[in-house]
Design a protein around this ligand. Structure first.
Ligand code: LMR
Length: 328
């Protein structure tokens, strides 16, 4: 869709969105939920679960229309469409908020920052998670929840076993300055591209559902980063909802969020098993000593990007991760 047409369509929809939230109780309220991955992923299943719960809890007064796989909008377009009210809900990776001018979310992109799911859960449920959501409000966006997909693994058409193996490689990244710095620290060349356009270094569930294993011969289980989503809604739409509807949708979101965190690990384990069974990709588990060397090579990024994410945010996360290890 050409930008001119796109803008026209989006503005027309925006004029409608504000009105629809105030419409008489008899008519249903439509929530367009757009995302860029397949239905058979943690985020895809979470969106469907939210739809089921939201329609049940509002007794049909809310209709959720889920548009997966970039059907409606691609990466960059979807945030613009949400701000203009052409869609009401998204769940983008938190690596993609930089173009909105909210770079602090990129703290989740720091390599090897999180050792496990539990530490991530404690961070997003605490003051860091709520503080980051507050930064979205001036952009006309309300953060509703964090959905975790999993840990990222590298894929390529050559083995990636030592840092030197990355030299000169072009590697696709999401629109994140920290991911740009990370790939350069690996000695490779970062290229920002939309998820819909590439086979990408990502979680097994994203790789398998995008059939990446059919075109890339090598996968290294590096666990070098995370794919974390922020479920966000257009602020004008959300604030304009009747209070009882907003409460019901918040309850539906809370239940869908628990569901996504519960299934994410298994979804990625199952996807990895299917990739191995397909025998089209050689799967290499990075040995602990090599993982430690990669982590050491990434440490300078923490100081280099402290100004972007904030020393206070970094220290709060490091403290929460340490406490979470003790609670185990
Ligand atoms: C990516 O762009 O690699 C991922 O964020 C896609 C997604 O939404 O999981």
């Amino acid at each position: 869709m050409k930008l001119v047409q796109f803008a026209g369509a989006v503005i027309a929809s925006a004029l409608f969105t504000g009105a629809q939230a105030q419409q008489p109780a008899s008519q249903s309220i439509v929530v367009k939920f757009s995302h860029v991955v397949a239905d058979e992923t943690p985020k895809g299943k979470g969106a469907i679960r939210f739809k089921e719960l939201a329609e049940a809890k509002t007794k049909g007064r809310v209709k959720v229309e889920v548009y997966p796989n970039s059907q409606l909008y691609k990466d960059r377009e979807e945030l613009e469409a949400l701000q203009l009210g052409a869609v009401q809900m998204l769940a983008p990776s938190v690596s993609k908020f930089g173009p909105l001018g909210v770079r602090k979310f990129e703290v989740f992109d720091l390599p090897y920052m999180f050792p496990d799911n539990k530490s991530l859960e404690h961070v997003v449920e605490g003051p860091v998670g709520t503080g980051l959501f507050k930064l979205l409000e001036p952009k006309g966006i309300v953060g509703l929840a964090y959905w975790f997909n999993g840990f990222k693994e590298f894929t390529a058409n050559r083995p990636l076993r030592k840092l030197d193996d990355f030299k000169g490689m072009k590697i696709r990244i999401q629109s994140s300055k920290i991911l740009e710095g990370e790939i350069k620290a690996f000695g490779a060349i970062p290229q920002v591209m939309a998820f819909s356009e590439v086979y990408t270094a990502n979680t097994p569930s994203n790789k398998y559902t995008q059939k990446m294993h059919e075109v890339q011969k090598h996968m290294t289980l590096s666990d070098h980063g995370v794919v974390m989503y922020a479920v966000i809604v257009n602020k004008k739409f959300w604030d304009g909802l009747p209070a009882d509807i907003r409460k019901a949708l918040s309850e539906a979101m809370a239940e869908a969020t628990k569901y996504v965190w519960d299934i994410a690990r298994r979804e990625n384990e199952d996807a990895l098993a299917k990739i191995k069974a397909a025998k089209t990709t050689e799967v290499y588990v990075l040995p602990p000593a090599e993982k430690a060397a990669w982590r050491k090579a990434m440490l300078p990024l923490y100081r280099e990007y402290e100004g972007v994410v904030g020393k206070d945010t970094l220290q709060a996360i490091e403290k929460t991760v340490a406490q979470s290890a003790v609670k185990k």
